[in-house]
Design a binder for this molecule. Structure first.
Ligand code: HSE
Length: 432
C-alpha cells in the first residue's frame, strides 16, 4: 500500500456531507485497504462555519470553497452542495486544478453534464455521480459499465421517494392528495416547499441523466416531458384498482421501436399490480431496466437520505481513488449514438380516460366515433349510470397503444361534444 494519502475536499457538510465525513473516518482502514492508499479529508467547505460538526476537525472547515478546490494538492473533490451555482464553478475549478470529482448533483448533471464531462476528459480526470440518481441504488455504474456490452431499450423508474410515499399513502388509505402530502410533510418525507418533487422536476433531472447513459446519447433536462402528480385523485386510484393497477409517478426513458430516436418523460401512470414496480412502497425507489441480452432487471432501495446517499458517494470515491492510483480514468461520457429526442406527441402508450357524459341513446357511439376518427383503438369501455338520476353517466375508456398526439386530438374533440360534460381524468397505462 502506498503511504502518501489521497486528499479529499468535501464541498458541503449537510445531511449527506456529514455522513460522507463520518464514513470516511469510521471506515478509514477498510477504505485504505480497498483503495491501496489512505484517504484523508483535507478540507470541508461549508456556509456556516460556526455550526458544531461532530467528528470533523474544526481546522479543516472553511467557507472559501474556491480556495479549497484551487489548492493543487487535492486528488478528489466531493461535491454535495447541490444546485447549479456555485457547484458548477467549483467543479470546473477542481478539474482545472487537477482534481477528479464525485458529485451527487442531479440538477447540474442534467443541465450541464455534457460540458462537465468534456472538461473532465480534457483534464484527464474522473467525473462520477452515482448518488445523483436514486440515492444508494447502484444504477449509474451498472448502466455505464455492467451493461456496456448490452443494448438498453427501456428504463422505467420510481426515482422520487417523496411522491412515491404520497401515492402509496393514497393507494393504501384512500386519502386525497393534500391529506397524503400533509402526512408526508409531518413525517419529514416532503420538504416545506415540495414543488420540485410533486411537480416532477426532481424526477425529470434523473430521467435526463438515465436516458443519456442508457442510450449513449445526449438528453437535456429540457428534452424531458414532465407532468407532476398533484392532480391525481382518490377517484383515479379507485379506477386503477378496478383495472388491477396502482398509480406511480414514473420516469420513463425509451428507445423508439425503429431504434432511431429516444424519448424521456415523467408523469403519473397506472401500472398493473403484477409489475414489480407496483410493489415499491413508501419512500423507496426502484428502476426497471429492459435490455436486449439481459432481459429485465430491477434495481431497488432507498433513494434518498444522508447515509444511503453517502454510500453511493463513497463507492464513487473508492473507484476514483483506485483510478488515480492506477494512473487511469474510469469510463467517461458516451454520447456517440447522437439519437434525436422525440417530442411527447410521438410517445406511444395506452390511456385510461374517464368521461362524464349525458346518459342517453347514441352517446357511446358518438364517443367511439371520435376515438376512431383520430386513429385511437379502444380496448375496453365501462359505463356506470348515476344513481342520482341526473341524466349523466361515467364512461371509462381504455385504449390500445396510440400516440400521445392522437390521444390529445381525441380528447380535444371529445371536449367539444355537447354530450361530454367533462373529462374527469386522463392517465397513461404503462408497464404492460
Ligand atoms: N427529494 C428526492 C426524493 C430525493 O424525494 O426522492 C433527492 O433526489
Amino acid at each position: 500500500m502506498r503511504t502518501r494519502p489521497l486528499k479529499v475536499a468535501l464541498l458541503g457538510c449537510g445531511v449527506v456531507g456529514s455522513e460522507v465525513a463520518r464514513i470516511m473516518t469510521t471506515h478509514a482502514d477498510d477504505l485504505a485497504a480497498r483503495i491501496g492508499a489512505p484517504v484523508e479529508l483535507a478540507g470541508v467547505a461549508v456556509r456556516r462555519p460556526s455550526k458544531v460538526r461532530a467528528g470533523i476537525d474544526p481546522d479543516l472547515v472553511t467557507t472559501d470553497a474556491t480556495a479549497l478546490v484551487k489548492r493543487g494538492d487535492i486528488d478528489v473533490v466531493v461535491e454535495v452542495i447541490g444546485g447549479i451555482e456555485p457547484a458548477r464553478s467549483l467543479i470546473t475549478t477542481a478539474f482545472e486544478h487537477g482534481a477528479s470529482v464525485v458529485s451527487a448533483n442531479k440538477a447540474l448533471l442534467a443541465q450541464d453534464g455534457a460540458a462537465l464531462h468534456a472538461l473532465a476528459e480534457e483534464h484527464k480526470r474522473d467525473l462520477y455521480y452515482e448518488a445523483a440518481v436514486a440515492g444508494a441504488i447502484p444504477l449509474i455504474r451498472p448502466l455505464r459499465e455492467s451493461l456496456a456490452g448490452d443494448k438498453v431499450n427501456r428504463v422505467l423508474g420510481i426515482v422520487n421517494g417523496t411522491t412515491n410515499f404520497i401515492l402509496d399513502k393514497m393507494d393504501s388509505t384512500g386519502a386525497g392528495y393534500q391529506e397524503a402530502l400533509d402526512e408526508a410533510t409531518a413525517l419529514g418525507y416532503a420538504e416545506a416547499d415540495p414543488t420540485a418533487d410533486v411537480e416532477g422536476f426532481d424526477a425529470a433531472a434523473k430521467a435526463a441523466i438515465l436516458a443519456g447513459i442508457a442510450f449513449h446519447t445526449r438528453v437535456r433536462l429540457d428534452d424531458v416531458y414532465r407532468e407532476g402528480m398533484t392532480e391525481v385523485t382518490a377517484a383515479d386510484f379507485a379506477s386503477a384498482k378496478n383495472m388491477g393497477c396502482t398509480i406511480k409517478l414514473l420516469a420513463i426513458c425509451e428507445r423508439a421501436a425503429d431504434g432511431e430516436s429516444v424519448t424521456a418523460r415523467v408523469h403519473p401512470a397506472m401500472i398493473p399490480l403484477s409489475h414489480p414496480l407496483a410493489s415499491v412502497r413508501g419512500a423507496y425507489n426502484a428502476v426497471f431496466v429492459e435490455s436486449d441480452a439481459a432481459g429485465q432487471l430491477m434495481f431497488y432501495g432507498p433513494g434518498a437520505g444522508g447515509a444511503p446517499t453517502a454510500s453511493a458517494v463513497l463507492g464513487d470515491l473508492v473507484a476514483v481513488c483506485r483510478n488515480k492510483i492506477g494512473g487511469a480514468t474510469g469510463p467517461g461520457d458516451s454520447a456517440y449514438t447522437q439519437l434525436p429526442v422525440s417530442p411527447m406527441g410521438e410517445v406511444v402508450t395506452r390511456y385510461h380516460i374517464s368521461l362524464d357524459v349525458a346518459d342517453k341513446p347514441g352517446v357511446l357511439a358518438q364517443v367511439a366515433t371520435v376515438f376512431a376518427e383520430h386513429g385511437v383503438s379502444i380496448d375496453t369501455v365501462r359505463q356506470h349510470g348515476r344513481q342520482d338520476g341526473d341524466g349523466e353517466a361515467s364512461l371509462v375508456v381504455v385504449t390500445h397503444r396510440a400516440s400521445d398526439a392522437s390521444l390529445g386530438g381525441t380528447v380535444e374533440a371529445l371536449r367539444s361534444l355537447d354530450t361530454v360534460r367533462g373529462v374527469a381524468s386522463i392517465m397513461r397505462v404503462e408497464g404492460e
